[in-house]
Design a protein around this ligand. Sequence first.
Ligand SMILES: NC(=O)c1ccc[n+]([C@@H]2O[C@H](COP(=O)([O-])OP(=O)(O)OC[C@H]3O[C@@H](n4cnc5c(N)ncnc54)[C@H](OP(=O)(O)O)[C@@H]3O)[C@@H](O)[C@H]2O)c1
Length: 326
Amino acid sequence: MAVRAITQDRYGWGAVQLAEVPDPVPGTGEVLIRVKAAAVNPYDWHYLEGTPGIARLGMVGNLRGPKPPVRGVDVSGVVEAVGPEATRFVPGDEVFGFAYAGSFADLTVAPEKHLAVKPPALSHEEAGALPMAGVTALNGLRDAAGLQAGQRIAITGAGGGIGHLAVQLAKWLGAHVTAVCSARSADLVRDLGADEVVDYATTDFTSTDARYDVVFSNGGQYSLRALARAVRPGGLVLLNDGSKTGFAGALGDMVLGKILGPRLAVRVARFDGVANADDLALLAGLVADGTVRVEVSRTYALEEAVEAVRQVAGRGHARGKIVVVP
Ligand SMILES: NC(=O)c1ccc[n+]([C@@H]2O[C@H](COP(=O)([O-])OP(=O)(O)OC[C@H]3O[C@@H](n4cnc5c(N)ncnc54)[C@H](OP(=O)(O)O)[C@@H]3O)[C@@H](O)[C@H]2O)c1
């Protein structure tokens, strides 16, 4: 049997195509999922283009073309079969999570430890939009920043996939939130609970008198010096903006942070969101009980998945999440 999938055998936009591929087979501890929705992330752009160049050595895993060849990671769908030693789900279960094997497809496989039950209160589009952006926002704020009630945080890229969830999770953790975004997203982030909104087109938030306990940098390609200016002495610059290209991309900032952080009297950290079932379940619960809203601004058909990825490529100006529906 064969299914449709967005695949590529080398890097670059011209190499991506909708093709028929063999049905994926769930391995040990994995389940086979009929894909109902799959959000796009800047991660898909990095794999598609093989950028930044240094990532081809590690993250992308292959110098000439990405492995696996099917794009897409976020998934929400229905379990169709389970592999050996997979015990958490049975066929018919609705699940969502991380399918690194590639989710822009009719069928995909994923380790069951990277999945959680999709509550009925969430649509597949909402659940499929949550994994990477939601877990990254949560891991950044709760774990890397240790954000405490009463602290003041500024979030750049606040209208985007991670940003709009981070605004709500920071409020849930009790922080005072300044959202930095375009005028287009101002109403959205205000609705989601931001205490203050800064339009980056008219105001450079790093050049005002405001000083934050934490600056969570998700977008805007701000320099480390500029971000540090906006943080109180001893406060934290949390680096997460991967939109810088060039060979080293955002990794350059991390190296610079190690050197400059002490001189600038701030802490500088970078982190990775980690696929895990517990955080997925926690996030789904927050959406189900109305604490967090997932904003799906646009859906694309599978045939249009490349166009969907374009929306988050480079600097990206996504509003909330963009979802591919096979
Ligand atoms: N650490 C990890 O494990 C991890 C995981 C996933 C993603 N990431 C990184 O996290 C970043 C954000 O991901 P995402 O999914 O949220 O991307 P996204 O959905 O494309 O959002 C990026 C946002 O940045 C905004 N933006 C652009 N210029 C800006 C500026 N000057 N100031 C403030 N905001 C600006 C964009 O819209 P407007 O211009 O309309 O405001 C957009 O909403 C990416 O760079 C990605 O590589 C890291």
